[in-house]
Design a protein around this ligand. Structure first.
Ligand code: IFM
Length: 478
């Protein structure tokens, strides 16, 4: 059931709630050859013919590297009180190892100063998919050493910014790094090796654990360390035992593979069983699970749409897709016996069904699974085919309705006992949407890609009013 679009009573949030927007380095910064930055896997991948829509890349992106002051001023004008951004590893440590480049760190120091000056709370993500290419050349995430390199990088950034940034996120959506990057190959580095993808998942977990310890050693104890998972809300098409088993398998491959070791110190046995023909997990060394299972200060949840599955031989008509882009290779190792289906209801421009109940379900799941751990919605939003009207204004009532529905679901979860402390809209502004290039616009702020001019869409103004008042404004007619 969708959340009601215009509830009779106003939807009001606790006074300390964070109203933020999120971005990531490669999607917005541009300036890929400035300040000693070297290529990341996304530079290489996007410049490889056939990998992104129209061969688009992040060379300029939306030029945030040069326009960050204006972008921060824009956030302040809108009324946001939080901003989540990621650090480009190859801007800070161009070869992925060794000493830091001060010019790279200085960019982020200036950005943080600017945010603090405007009363906007920064949240730093250390890794949002852009591994330095040199580390990929040395084996990438399937290689154990990459986790140690990440810990070194975490220490460098923690020492540089830990005095002024309180909120830290080690990894963003490690599922995408491991399985879209190394199994289906629709993301950088574009490898299609199921065994390597599971190894990558383990080393990402290890990187999170080692990185968490390194951050804690480098920063004041008051700072909060978390990670952001794109945990899937997996739903079976029926209560048939075969469909329920399919849903459990995808839950292991989407969620258990990360939250198992991170929150509970163990991989699910059923994950080992599902993947036994692909890998023997012998790269999980003694002590790894202890290193991964670090106490966290918070958990970030990224949510867009639920995942509908059945046993592969369930007889259903309608399109089959898991919403993760076209590839001949599956991002779900060991799950050839599972079929993915289009969830019912309206969809965004990504083809993702709109279902705020999934967000409520996700929040309540982690409220039960990690009792006492504060939660943040570190990404939520929608792509639409936004266009300026003749006066140059951009009306996006569908996005307002999407945001209203999902924020109301967050509020309902808070009423149901969940400790959700903030929400970061994805995304602050239109940007490079990975393999889709610039085709999909997720921004609350419209970017004219010819001039790079920014225009807040009506959703940005709506969201800003929510941020300033703590209450969701009414939803205009679509
Ligand atoms: O743009 C991405 C972001 O980088 C990670 N989470 C999902 C978003 C929309 O696809």
């Amino acid at each position: 059931m969708p959340e009601p679009a215009t509830p009779a009573t106003p939807v009001t949030f606790p006074p300390a709630f964070l109203w933020g927007a999120a971005t990531s380095a490669y999607q917005i910064e541009g300036a890929v050859r400035e300040g000693g930055r070297t290529p990341s896997i996304w530079d290489t991948f996007s410049h490889t013919p056939g990998k992104t829509a129209g061969g688009e890349h992040g060379d300029i992106a939306v030029d945030h590297y040069h326009r960050y002051r204006d972008d921060v001023a824009m956030m302040a004008d809108l009324g946001l009180n939080a901003y989540r951004f990621s650090i480009s590893w190859s801007r800070v440590q161009p070869t992925g190892r060794g000493p830091a480049v001060q010019v790279g760190l200085d960019f982020y120091r200036r950005l943080v100063d600017e945010l603090l000056d405007k009363g906007i709370k920064p949240a730093v993500t250390l890794y949002h998919w852009d591994l330095p290419q040199e580390l990929e050349d040395a084996g990438g995430w399937p290689e154990r050493d990459t986790a140690y390199r990440f810990a070194e990088y975490a220490q460098i950034v923690g020492e540089a910014l830990g005095d002024r940034v309180e909120q830290w996120i080690t990894l963003n959506e490690p599922w995408c790094s491991a399985f879209l990057g190394y199994a289906s190959g629709v993301h950088a580095p574009g490898r299609t090796d199921p065994a390597a993808s599971l190894k990558a998942a383990h080393h990402l977990n290890l990187a999170h654990g080692l990185g968490t310890s390194a951050l804690r050693a480098a920063m004041p104890a008051r700072n909060s360390v978390a990670l952001s998972l794109n945990s899937s809300v997996v739903r079976p098409v029926s209560q048939d035992p075969a469909d329920l088993a399919a849903a459990r398998k995808i839950d292991d491959l989407a969620n258990g593979v990360f939250h198992g070791p991170i929150l509970h110190g163990a991989y699910p046995d059923s994950l080992f069983a599902a993947t036994e023909l692909i890998t023997d997990w012998s790269y999980v060394e003694d002590g790894d699970l202890r290193a991964i299972n670090q106490p966290l200060d918070a958990l970030g949840l990224n949510y867009y749409t639920p995942t509908l599955v059945s046993a592969a031989d369930t007889d259903l008509s309608g399109p089959r897709a898991d919403g993760h882009g076209a590839s001949d290779f599956s991002p779900w190792p060991g799950a050839d016996d599972v079929a993915f289906h289009q969830s019912p209801g309206e969809r965004t421009e990504m083809g993702w069904s709109i279902d705020p109940t999934g967000l409520h379900e996700l929040i309540m799941r982690y409220t039960r699974e990690a009792p006492g751990l504060p939660l943040y919605i570190t990404e939520n939003g929608a792509a639409y085919d936004d266009k300026p009207d003749p006066e140059g204004r951009v009306h996006d009532p569908e996005r307002i309705s999407y945001l209203h529905g999902h924020l109301a679901a967050v509020r309902r979860a808070v009423s149901d006992g969940a400790d959700v402390r903030g929400y970061y809209l994805w995304s602050l502004m239109d940007n490079f949407e990975w393999a889709y290039g610039y085709e999909k616009r997720f921004g609350a702020v419209y970017v004219d890609y010819a001039t790079l001019a920014r225009t807040p869409k009506s959703s940005a103004l709506w969201y800003g009013q929510a941020a300033r008042t703590g209450t969701l404004p009414p939803v205009p007619e679509v």
